[in-house]
Design a protein. Sequence first.
Length: 493
Amino acid sequence: MNKQQLLINGAFVDPCTNAWYESFNPFTGKPWTLIPRAGKDDVDRAVAAAKSAFTYGSDWRKLTATARGALLRKLGDLISQNAARLAEIETTDNGKLFAEMRGQLTYIPQWFHYFGGLADKIEGRAIPIDKPGVLNYTREEPLGVVAAITAWNSPLMLATWKLAPALAAGNTVVWKPSEYSSASALAFGELFEQAGFPPGVVNIVTGFGNEVGEPLVTHPDVAKIAFTGGDKTGEHIYELAAKGIKRVTLELGGKSANIVFDDADMDEAVKGVVSGIFAATGQTCIAGSRALIQRKIHDEFVEKLLALAKNARMGDPLELTTQLGPVATRPQYDKILDYIRIAKQEGAACVLGGAAATRPECGSGWFVEPTVFTGVDPKMRIATEEVFGPVLSIIPFDEEEDAIRIANSTVFGLAAGVWTTSIRRAIMMPERLEAGTVWVNTYRAHSYMSPFGGYKRSGIGRESGIEAIREYLQTKSVWIDIAGNAQNPFVMR
Ligand code: NAD
């Protein structure tokens, strides 16, 4: 099997540990490549390279913001040229549909173009200060070395959401991809040199959370942690970051509600709920894993939903006709089946699926049948905890206020969907829902231009949109005396 290498200071190198681990193809359940199992010494090397690349007077710091932006746009173009190849690596590594990964890869360049364009529009302010004889202005400056730590479900997109604004702002980066999906990160790493980035501006260190992630988070030369992953890991990283008074952006999990009112266009709502939970085999942070259905239309809605969901084509994720691929990792597969067992024990009615998929087209892969529970109580674990799989909980409600109360009743607040033809509801519901993103009569829409992030336990900070670049800047206030008056040294000016 091919032994991959780390990207440190512009060169592909073996890990100091001299250790590798097998990465598995979820469709075959078999290993297909060897990923470096890096350790603390590799983190030290990578952070040193990133720190040196950030040092005042370095090739990176000498670039004008316009030149930095041009590099980012060049990188975007290179990603476009390599989109299909990178998407195939992602599908082989994490089992998500090639159609979805290729779609992401052809869209990812937009982030580099957008933030490349923003790089030279980061401006300070001249403040009409209240003191005579003084000029006061602000500078927006990069933070330094940013540690990017990402999850496995959309490996390059999640990294792009961090790298594009971090680099546009002038920072340098050490990126630790998920141990389950590092192959595409390392292939992506080759493009930085081709685009002309100076060595050390972007470094990639692969391996496990405790062996690589933790030394990275606690490294004294890391200024900020940009993290995507589960809420428990996010909480731990937040604690570690607090000890070093480091900045964080945390993009965490969700338990998003997809709310269907009785005035909705039923067929569109059915499609929206199916796409919310079964697209990407439910392995997205924004999965609409709770469908809140107004009681008057509940039975008809469930019937239509089952008709659509049970015909989803499962199989090889590389085939363009496949609609539901395998689960990305063996632990995740076991976790989903555990939650299905828990839901049954809690008394929810399993009306579709509810087991591992053994269809012939699923081969030896880690497949779970699309699963739907009805009669779910909002307090059940299946309705409050993130499953991260193709498991939908249907919860009936009567009045608008019930829908709002149930939707807001989890600790998460990442996203929500609302299906209605009422203009009043379309405007009022987004105001009342505790979520960072609310979709009305659509679901899973996203863009490089629109801020994304969580309320409550779903996270801190925003990615994408103009807001994102502020997460990678700090403001300096500069005071210049222009009066030349002697100052009384014993009083504040
Ligand atoms: P995870 O928390 O297990 O791992 C995420 C990353 O953190 C991995 O790279 C892992 O190696 C690293 N890590 C683990 N322990 C660490 C430690 N002690 N110190 C530093 N790093 C450590 O999450 P996952 O299973 O890879 O991803 C699934 C989760 O990600 C879900 O909860 C999902 O909702 C969330 N997610 C959120 C978003 C978002 O934008 N909000 C997007 C995608 C996924």
